[in-house]
Design a protein around this ligand. Structure first.
Ligand SMILES: NC(=O)C1=CN([C@@H]2O[C@H](COP(=O)(O)OP(=O)(O)OC[C@H]3O[C@@H](n4cnc5c(N)ncnc54)[C@H](OP(=O)(O)O)[C@@H]3O)[C@@H](O)[C@H]2O)C=CC1
Ligand SMILES: CCCCCCCCCCCCCCCC(=O)[C@@H](N)CO
Length: 355
């Protein structure tokens, strides 16, 4: 029998004695394994060569919602890695306290940490955020992180979340679209303009969605749709802004133990609590670390653990994977698990004694 390609390769190895003895099936299987390993190696090399760089040292980072919770943990970590940071939120006292904490984390004395009090739902404020940044820092931001959220802010609006659909006022829906969806849209829009104007190289805009941008259930009728919407925007801009060398990322955290989380728990229906109880949760610092790890790996869609990984891969739609084969395998598991979730969530809702 003529020698197969595998036999020729075997002859180059310490197993050269086996050349010619292989069954055609064995040859075929070994060939497949070789192709598989070579493809994964090529993919890994290609990803490394093309991944958008994340090097915060010396960069100007703008973090909305940077005074508490995830935004604050993230901004603090950016300061610790040598970045200049601007944090944006409304309440001046929280901003000042956060800046003070961050000052202590600076790597070198020349770094600046600045706070801007502004409302991301106000169009004039959006422009002012970038004008003030330029005035105070003398340049436009390299990286923009859109972390501002409703959670700690509903107290002064009268709106409250989460609730059952029928218990909401119509204004509640409008409020969250303005803050969670339009707030991130406006920030990204203005950031894009400034980055193009200033010819920023490898600029970054990071959107913050949620596990509730990948799945939803009872209690989240106002919030979850805005987090799905953020994904629609991120998917669009990831494609469109490549022309300007602006890299887009979207983050899907699960439960984070933040001030916002405490506030939302005040109105959280029992059903919502019960379903959410399956999520372990993270501290803001752990969550910020997950985000940074994903940025370092150059991932477009970044998650925080197995649960969000399963949902990300099973619901990818059309967009980049974080690994062609690994995501494929993960999505197979996700396919089964997400069907289980559906039965479970419906069971909880149908059998609940009260809302
Ligand atoms: N906590 C959780 O369980 C989860 C949170 N997320 C997401 O993570 C992000 C951060 O959440 P989290 O850390 O819990 O939020 P927090 O409520 O702890 O912090 C919210 C931040 O946003 C600021 N903010 C609120 N409204 C506005 C506004 N109109 N203009 C400017 N700044 C504003 C707040 O300051 P101020 O009120 O002074 O303006 C504060 O700095 C959000 O996008 C949230 O949706 C995702 C998954 C889970
Ligand atoms: C087989 C049975 C398993 C059932 C699994 C169901 C798991 C669901 C976990 C959902 C966690 C929701 C976190 C909300 C995060 C968020 O965005 C809010 N905190 C808003 O701030």
């Amino acid at each position: 029998m003529p020698l197969s390609l595998v036999d020729h390769i075997l002859k180059l190895t310490p197993y050269s004695g086996m050349a010619g003895d292989l069954h055609p099936w064995q040859s075929a299987l070994i060939s497949l394994a070789i192709v598989f390993v070579a493809t994964i190696a090529a993919e890994t090399m290609y990803r490394r060569a093309t991944r958008p760089p994340f090097r915060p040292a010396g960069k100007l980072c703008l973090v909305t919602g940077g005074s508490t919770g995830l935004g604050k943990a993230l901004a603090t970590s950016l300061v610790a890695s040598g970045a200049d940071v601007v944090i944006v939120a409304r309440r001046p006292a929280e901003l000042a306290a956060a800046v003070k904490e961050m000052e202590a984390k600076k790597k070198n004395a020349s770094q600046s940490v600045v706070a801007i009090s502004a409302d991301v739902t106000s169009k004039p404020d959006i422009v002012r955020i970038f004008d003030e940044t330029k005035l105070k820092m003398n340049r436009d931001p390299d990286y923009v992180f859109a972390c501002a959220d409703f959670s700690s802010s509903w107290r002064d609006t009268g709106a409250s979340f989460p609730k059952m659909f029928i218990d909401h006022d119509m204004e509640d829906f409008e409020f969250l679209v303005n803050l969670n969806y339009l707030g991130q849209t406006y920030i990204a829009h203005q950031a894009t303009k400034r980055m193009i104007e200033s010819n920023i190289k490898d600029g970054k805009i990071v959107f913050v969605s949620s596990i509730l941008g990948l799945m939803s259930f009872a209690g989240w009728s106002t919030y979850s749709p805005t987090k799905y919407a953020v994904r629609g925007l991120a998917d669009t801009l990831r494609n469109e802004l490549q022309r300007y060398n602006i890299n887009i990322h979207i983050f899907y955290p699960g439960t984070i133990f933040t001030p916002g989380f405490e506030v939302e728990n005040q109105t959280k229906p029992q059903i919502t609590r019960e379903i959410e109880g399956n999520d372990e949760g993270q501290t803001p610092e752990e969550c910020a670390r997950s985000l940074i790890k994903g940025l370092e790996a150059g991932q477009y869609a970044i998650t925080t653990g197995l649960l969000t990984e399963l949902l990300r891969t099973v619901g990818r739609g059309v967009g980049p994977t974080n690994g062609f084969f690994s995501d494929w395998i993960m999505s197979g598991v996700g396919w089964i698990v997400s069907s289980g979730f559906t039965f479970y969530m419906d069971y909880v809702v149908r059998n609940a004694k009260t809302n």
